[in-house]
Design a protein around this ligand. Structure first.
Ligand code: FAS
Ligand code: PHB
Length: 395
């Protein structure tokens, strides 16, 4: 088919697609990124906030970590607050030195776009992929619409990095794909406020009124979440009620004032666990949210996307440099062990910390016992720390 040609066609300019394009370029492999939205939209979209150790290392190694190091907040611990009583978890001490970085996803996206454009990388914004075709042949292609014209991108491989609502996954025949999913009876109402967070580190609060998370974007900007119902309406959550619930769920025992401020961004994020297996079909490879979704409690979504493209870029490098397809053939298997580890951890953190209205008295005692065990047991808390900071890469 006539149209542009490249080695790897990438659908989606989120963290997965952009990082993959950058890692491929570092190895002399050409790619084109097709992004349905505008550059301004993707750079301003508020999403994740915590980078695990492997993501920090990957961005550093790829030469795109300088601003993260300057502006990010390196954290060595988090707090578990159970009905108003705080317990610090020494992430770094428990994991032999691993940590997490508070650095917003949209900042990572800005850094990656800047790096690609400086390197003359090709990112077509407002270019919506319509279909991935012939991905089981040697010459797959992506049909897309850009500047009002339908066009074709011919490539050797296609990377579906187009998130959970993308088009790439739908190119895999339904009988070749197995989907695993779970939904949760609660959601998060998130706000951004130019007011200092109640502590220097993140606080995950379990309370009989419901879960709350006290995160931040800087020492003077808070990123706060309260558990709400999945079908809750923002109109039922005026600013006053949000602050009242955040205050109640933090509790006053620790004597930490929650400084109220302007609520700049307010949104409800539903919770879902989702995995599509396998993460590849022919010459189409899925990475990031196009293949899996986790509830945000474990701060794994963005970090899983990074782990996927780290594997995929190395597999494509082996193919182009050494004509070796073994890593490409086992990409899905190599990615899925980490995906399921993160799925379990995210499910476990979510169910241990959130209050479910249909939980029995027995369920609630089990939940408190689970949290009490983490506080008492070095084995239990080490397991949490190891998962939260992210398991080391196999390579
Ligand atoms: P993304 O969804 O980021 O990127 C996919 C890109 O593909 C988008 O830019 C989209 O516009 C584009 N696209 C889609 N269809 C296309 C098409 N047909 N053609 C071209 N382009 C197309 N994770 C956390 O760890 N912590 C959090 O607090 C957190 N909060 C979240 C809040 C929300 C509302 C959502 C939706 C997710 C949240 N996540 C969170 C998870 C999130 O951070 C993802 O894991 C992360 O964005 C994954 O990156 P990508 O796989 O690149 O997908
Ligand atoms: C965030 O800062 O947005 C954030 C932090 C930790 C999480 C989820 C979101 O688990």
């Amino acid at each position: 088919m006539p149209g542009m040609r490249t080695q790897v066609g990438i659908v989606g300019a989120g963290p997965a697609g952009l990082l993959l394009s950058h890692l491929l370029a570092l190895n002399g492999i050409a790619s084109v990124v097709l992004e349905a939205r505008s550059r301004a939209y993707v750079e301003e979209r508020i999403r994740a906030g915590v980078l695990e150790q492997g993501t920090i290392d990957t961005l550093d190694e790829a030469g795109v970590g300088a601003r993260m190091r300057r502006e990010g907040l390196l954290h060595h611990g988090i707090e578990l607050c159970v009905n108003g009583r705080g317990h610090r978890i020494d992430l770094t001490g428990l994991t032999g030195g691993r940590a997490v970085m508070v650095y917003a996803q949209q900042e990572v996206v800005k850094d990656l776009i800047a790096a690609r454009l400086v390197a003359d990388g090709t990112i077509l914004f407002e270019a919506e992929a319509l279909a991935v075709e012939d991905h089981c042949a040697d010459r797959p292609r992506i049909r897309y619409r850009h500047a009002g014209q339908e066009q074709t991108l011919n490539c050797d491989f296609v990377a579906g990095c187009d998130g959970t609502h993308g088009v790439a996954r739908s190119a895999i025949p339904p009988d070749a794909l197995t989907v695993f999913e779970r939904s949760y009876p609660y959601a998060w109402l998130g706000i951004l406020s130019p007011s200092p967070p109640p502590a220097d580190e993140l606080i995950y609060a379990h309370h009989e009124r419901g879960f709350a998370l006290y995160s931040m974007r800087s020492p003077s900007v808070s990123r706060l979440y309260v558990q709400c119902a999945p079908d809750d309406d923002l109109a039922a959550w005026p600013d006053e009620r949000i602050w009242d619930e955040l205050e109640a769920r933090l509790g006053s025992e620790a004597g930490r004032p929650l400084q109220r401020g302007e609520v700049q961004q307010k949104a409800i994020t539903p919770m879902r666990s989702f995995v599509a297996e396998p993460m590849q079909h022919g010459r189409l490879f899925l990475a990031g949210d196009s293949a899996h979704i986790v509830p945000p409690t474990g701060a794994k979504g963005l970090n899983l996307a990074v782990a996927d493209v780290r594997l995929l870029s190395r597999a494509l490098e082996a193919f182009y440099r050494h004509n070796d397809s073994t890593r490409l053939e086992r990409y899905s298997a190599d990615a899925l062990w980490r995906v399921w580890r993160a799925q379990h951890f995210s499910w476990w953190m979510t169910t241990a910390l959130h209050r479910s209205d249909d939980a029995s008295g027995f369920d609630r005692r089990l939940q408190l016992s689970q949290l009490d065990y983490i506080i008492r047991s070095s084995a239990a808390v080490t397991s949490l720390a190891e998962n939260y900071t992210g398991l080391p890469f196999a390579d």
